[in-house]
Design a binder for this molecule. Structure first.
Ligand code: AMP
Ligand code: ZN
Length: 111
């Protein structure tokens, strides 16, 4: 999708610090980390948010969770998988992404 930051990262047009890449998913370090480990997981295909997922996306969703688990299982002391939906929830990039956060104690609830 034109003018989408994460589509540009998925296409390799904008560099990212890639952690894991599969056929359908890329995981890269957040440019402004909120925790010692802060990785973003995105589908390479443009989807605006989890609110736009459709029934046919179940394999893609499973692939995203598989990569999340690969990252999370190396994190001592727990980790969090979160996605923001809409500006009021803190979504600032409108291409589906999950945050994997860990490496420190995480408070709950988030603000
Ligand atoms: P959200 O606010 O949930 O939409 O999350 C967007 C995330 O993307 C934020 O945590 C930003 O720090 C991160 N971000 C923005 N631009 C980049 C970039 N070029 N490379 C990596 N992470 C980015
Ligand atoms: Zn996109």
């Amino acid at each position: 999708m034109a003018d989408c930051l994460f589509c540009s990262i998925a296409a390799g047009d904008i560099p990212a610090d890639v952690v894991i890449e599969t056929d359908d998913v890329i995981a890269f370090n957040d440019i402004n980390p909120a925790a010692p480990t802060h990785v973003l997981l995105i589908p390479k295909r443009h989807i605006g948010s989890v609110a736009e997922l459709e029934a046919g996306d179940s394999d893609l969703l499973a692939a995203l969770f598989e990569v999340a688990t690969q990252i999370g299982r190396d994190l001592v002391g727990g980790w969090r998988l979160v996605t923001n939906v809409g500006p009021d929830a803190g979504q600032s990039v409108f291409h589906l992404h999950f945050h994997v956060l860990g490496g420190r104690a995480l408070s709950w609830p988030p603000g």
